[in-house]
Design a protein around this ligand. Structure first.
Ligand SMILES: *[C@@H]1O[C@H](CO)[C@@H](O)[C@H](O)[C@H]1NC(C)=O
Length: 312
């Protein structure tokens, strides 16, 4: 099979070894459930608790929805394929999965950039915070983040569907990863490469630059603070955000920016698992464990609930 127009792919999954498959299934199911529960909790908490009705937590709720969606789009298929034993996927479904996953990943990069900017304004420019981050601007920024990813990955989707010519049906992965699909494309020209990678070049430069730059100013501002308590308090509000940012970038770099010569499919899958499963699962945990306001809000709601059940 050299050059083929195909209508379905075969997804090889996480592992070929049956015993490992079972273990992987249990692990993925567990991660999936934790991810959905954790992110849903943050989303509901931010919606219900009016103490959390500030831009930082609205953006965090956006991030939870993003994480949940990206987990559903990748891990759901893994679970269904394992249960049904059918590991074929139509080209249409595969490209849809690829498109949504890549867009959501871009959205996440943009959203984290906006969240950094939000922290920057709050700490370095507190007097104007309510003017700059007013409701209209925040809504605009959030919508912008969501749209930009979907628009930006569109050329990739178009070129993949337009060629519809792949060297093999077999996808040695557990989902339709954009970079993997790209490597399967036949009659691949420099022009296509440029078309596909233009967005990627943008993503690899602007979001990281504008995500980390605010932190330089934030750290300088924290250094200048006189009182120890306010210094510590400010540090902790940024700490969880910075952790999430660093974690995401490290997994993305490990997955996509390694030289192709050292691309071993098993390590690649492992990094993919980090990126698709661990990041969405850990984000809410990092935020809720390290953030005092989140913890108090959670306690308040649990108290309300137990009171409610007490009355019933
Ligand atoms: C996303 O953020 C915007 C801006 O703060 C907010 O208005 C909106 O409710 C958030 N959406 C979700 C789903 O949390």
């Amino acid at each position: 099979m050299n050059v083929t127009t195909i209508d379905y792919f075969i997804i090889k999954g996480i592992s070929d070894i049956p015993a490992l498959q079972c273990l992987a299934f249990i692990l993925v199911l567990l991660i999936y459930l934790i991810t959905l529960t954790g992110n849903m909790t943050i989303f509901i908490l931010v919606c219900l608790d009016h103490h959390l009705h500030v831009p930082m937590y609205f953006f965090l709720a956006n991030l939870s929805i993003l994480d949940m969606s990206s987990s559903i789009i990748t891990l759901h298929n893994v679970l269904v394929n394992f249960i049904s034993g059918d590991n074929t996927i139509s080209v249409f479904a595969c490209l849809t999965q690829m498109y949504i996953f890549a867009s959501l990943t871009c959205n996440e990069l943009f959203l984290l950039t906006v969240m950094s900017y939000d922290r920057y304004v709050a700490i370095c420019n507190p007097l104007y915070y309510h003017v700059i981050m007013n409701h209209r601007n925040c809504t605009f920024l959030a919508i912008f983040c969501w749209l930009l990813g979907f628009i930006q990955v569109f050329p990739v989707l178009v070129s993949f569907s337009f060629f519809n010519c792949y060297r093999t049906r077999e996808i040695n992965h557990f989902f339709c990863d954009p970079v993997l699909l790209e490597n399967l494309l036949c009659n691949y020209s420099y022009f296509v490469w440029l078309f596909i990678h233009l967005g990627g070049v943008f993503d690899a430069t602007f979001p990281p630059f504008f995500t980390f730059l605010p932190y330089i100013f934030i750290i300088v501002t924290i250094q200048r603070m006189r009182s120890n308590t306010s210094r510590r308090k400010t540090f902790y509000t940024c700490f969880s955000h910075l952790t999430v940012v660093i974690f995401l970038y490290v997994t993305l770099i490990c997955q996509y920016l390694r030289p192709t010569s050292v691309t071993n499919m098993d390590t690649n899958k492992l990094f993919s698992l980090f990126n698709t499963a661990a990041v969405p699962m850990l984000n809410p945990l990092i935020y809720s464990l390290k953030n005092k306001e989140m913890k108090t809000a959670l306690k308040r709601k649990i108290n309300d609930l137990s009171k409610l059940f007490g009355e019933l």
